[in-house]
Design a protein around this ligand. Sequence first.
Ligand code: AMP
Length: 275
Amino acid sequence: MRIARSRSELNLDRSGTVGFVPTMGAFHEGHLSLMRKSKSECRTTVVSLFVNPTQFGKGEDYTRYPRNEQADAEMAERAGTDVLYIPTVSEIYDSSSTTVHVGGVSDLWEGEMRPGHFDGVATVVAKLFQIVRPDVAYFGLKDYQQCRVIDRMVYDLFFPLRLSLEETVREPDGLAMSSRNAYLSAEERAVAPLLYKNLQELSKKVEQGDDIDVARESSISSLTMSGFQVQYLAVVDAQTLEPISKLNGSARALLAARLGSTRLIDNIAIRGPTT
Ligand code: AMP
């Protein structure tokens, strides 16, 4: 594996397909599974490691976001990465005055809780797509709304690539793997799996035909009683992310909650009557 610290060092072999996995580092199985998928499908696998300042709001965890370049490099290499691209903030943003805003899907849920977050994500991903020029880009469904935002951006801006969206990798107790799980105390870590448990129950109830709002309220109170501060728990159309009150096509439940000082997100598929 090569490490490239600038665009000019990337110097990719373009004789075969290029797979690309954008990340912010602090690798876990979720990241590694994306790298392995790329490795299995593409000639060259490029992983970017860039803690993107523009997607963090004021008071968020940009400065304390976990960083461990050496351990990350070792894990990426073992997962089959060919080139690890670690740009500096100035290489990506120096004298840059362009922002990419994806209308609609960016403005709901995470977009509402974290104003500007998806502009930061879309802008950095657009820049990285231009730099790496991948044939396939791999993203995790753990960040479901992010997947919808990138999907829309690729469509609207005619990026000549295919997106591959991969299932969430979970701990054995169901907690979605996340670099931010490292912030949880031992007590918080013990209750954190309730997030996914509640999502599973909600999904099952809605698929069985229960009233969506009643099922949502019941999950919210159960999570609140367990010590979570629920920021949103929404049942939405899987494409537009608009809330639904009746299940027609495929849907998704999206959840964000605080546990102590840690903010966690998760989501689950809800199959519609015809899906
Ligand atoms: P991040 O480093 O958090 O920006 O994540 C980089 C990529 O890994 C994104 O496409 C995430 O959606 C994906 N990812 C993060 N956690 C998981 C997980 N538990 N399972 C699958 N993909 C994940």
